[in-house]
Write a protein that binds this ligand. Sequence first.
Ligand SMILES: NC(=O)N[C@@H](CC(=O)O)C(=O)O
Ligand SMILES: [Zn+2]
Ligand SMILES: [Zn+2]
Length: 362
Amino acid sequence: MTVSDSSPTAAHSSGTLSSLTLARPDDWHLHLRDGEMLGAVLPHTVRQFGRAIVMPNLKPPVTTVEAARAYRERILAALPIGATFEPLMTLYLTDNTPPDEIRRARESGFVHGVKLYPAGATTNSDFGVTDLSKCAKTLEAMQETGMPLLVHGEVTDSSIDLFDREKVFIDRVMMPLRRDFPALKVVFEHITTKDAAQYVRDDDAPAGLLGATITAHHLLYNRNAIFQGGIRPHYYCLPVLKRETHRVALVEAATSGSPRFFLGTDSAPHPKGLKEHACGCAGCYTALHALELYAEAFDNAGALDKLEGFASFFGPDFYRLPRSSERVTLVRENWTLPAEIFAGEATVVPLRAGETIGWRLA
Ligand SMILES: NC(=O)N[C@@H](CC(=O)O)C(=O)O
Ligand SMILES: [Zn+2]
Ligand SMILES: [Zn+2]
């Protein structure tokens, strides 16, 4: 990583760097959707990232290698001319995913993970797993073939407070799962709590078995953002933003230099009309300005020197893929985010729409 300084006397303060060059990052948790939405959001991701783990929660979900192959081809067909971008595909785990599908996935070379959505936990999770014990044979096949399980870590028990569902998931699901499948590779996706950060940090399984992604919005905002002066649907996602102590713990984890924590935007576009709605969809759109948001979070923590590991190294290391040999540069410069972006008939409102951001991807 090379850094340049605007003032020679301030060489020790990362708060004064005027630019930052790092290996091209990847996004280890992304929603690209399909059709016109895919066409609208893909260029944003491609501008920022070299690869992305593409979530399978389409309607209907991507449950087979054949469906993943077709989806991958639609993504490649939607790429801007001349763009180099590698979609890393995932399968959506159901109660009935056959163990053979895992073996086919491993052989395909383009499926890099299998996603666990507890049924009912989040957007398009209705076909998700109702009871993990139904998936034992499939999880065994994943463990055998080294196929990572990517986990939306929230219980769906309606008697559990919404803000506690991640913490309770650790005890009720994550720990028993990892006890039963001790060699399974697991990514705890989009962690939002101090509890999850500590669980991942303190895990004593062999290195490379447990990782966690952290979004930019969970590093920058706490739950007050959803209610500031009125209800703000564009700050509503799942798992929902938590209180400040949790945000601080996530920043600590992301900037710790631990290879267990890596970048996953969870950029999740929804049409504006379905966000600004009596029952608005969960998901924040950040693909447009993800790196800039992460730079802001690391800069605020005085830890810009830790951004490259988190954004560009630890993800490929976990997935056993090569680190990128390309480089990107972030410049300290204010710019105003658009109020919305156009996706065919629909528009999408990015996080912090119409406001300024202090970093720009060159
Ligand atoms: N994060 C979200 O709030 N929404 C995601 C689903 C998910 O990642 O849980 C989506 O697909 O919209
Ligand atoms: Zn999720
Ligand atoms: Zn997601």
